[in-house]
Design a protein around this ligand. Structure first.
Ligand SMILES: NC(=O)c1ccc[n+]([C@@H]2O[C@H](COP(=O)([O-])OP(=O)(O)OC[C@H]3O[C@@H](n4cnc5c(N)ncnc54)[C@H](OP(=O)(O)O)[C@@H]3O)[C@@H](O)[C@H]2O)c1
Length: 176
């Protein structure tokens, strides 16, 4: 089973503004049943991993998600912070990503591990040789600055590309 980074990005390679705003992304048009969209991807997700800023964004926007944590799958959050009692099946971790990856793969069973972001955390998995695929929906916008998509030099192989309304969607394998 694969370890996948699936994310939206600006054309110039940022996944959030410097203020962690995602309005430039969530305001765009995408077909939920269209090519390479989240719903089909999410069916095969068995475990999630994210960093502290991404988790904080989720907590700050729970109201837009029906006031409930949207994932039933186990989720690992990398952080040094002390967060309040989590709203779902959330485990906090820090340090090396390898042990968490092994636990997430075991929890995911036949399904995939979704690295939600941010980019440097995904880079830590890549550094350890644990990143298999990158799926990016490129929004028609440049931001000029912000949270980087994946601040590493990785060689990739383009496996699939599609247009979904406002977005160019691309899927890559990481070449090891
Ligand atoms: N466009 C999209 O689809 C998309 C997808 C995902 C995320 N996002 C957004 O992108 C932004 C990402 O923010 P970000 O670049 O700051 O990345 P992040 O990975 O969400 O958060 C970074 C933080 O994670 C913690 N962390 C990372 N590696 C760690 C490790 N090995 N051990 C312990 N803690 C570790 C550290 O937090 P501490 O402060 O606790 O040390 C670090 O400051 C967020 O605004 C998020 O909402 C957008």
């Amino acid at each position: 089973m694969a370890t996948q980074f699936y994310t939206g990005s600006s054309l110039d390679g940022f996944i959030a503004t410097p203020e962690h705003d995602l309005g430039w992304l969530t305001s765009r048009d995408i077909d939920p049943a269209g090519p390479m969209h989240y719903e089909a991807f999410a069916e095969d997700v068995g475990a999630l991993v994210m960093g502290a800023s991404t988790y904080q964004w989720m907590l700050d926007h729970l109201g837009e998600m029906g006031d409930r944590w949207p994932y039933e799958q186990p989720t690992w959050v990398f952080t040094h912070r002390k967060f309040p009692e989590p709203p779902g099946d959330i485990r906090f971790a820090s340090g090396s990503v390898a042990a968490v990856h092994a636990d997430a793969v075991a929890a995911a069973g036949e399904k995939h591990v979704w690295l939600v972001g941010g980019g440097d955390l995904v880079g830590q998995f890549a550094d350890a040789g644990l990143l298999d695929e990158i799926w990016v929906q490129f929004a028609p916008v440049t931001l000029g600055a912000g949270a980087p998509l994946l601040p590493r030099h990785l060689e990739l192989e383009l496996k699939e590309v599609a247009r979904n309304r406002d977005f160019v969607c691309a899927r890559y394998d990481v070449v090891r």
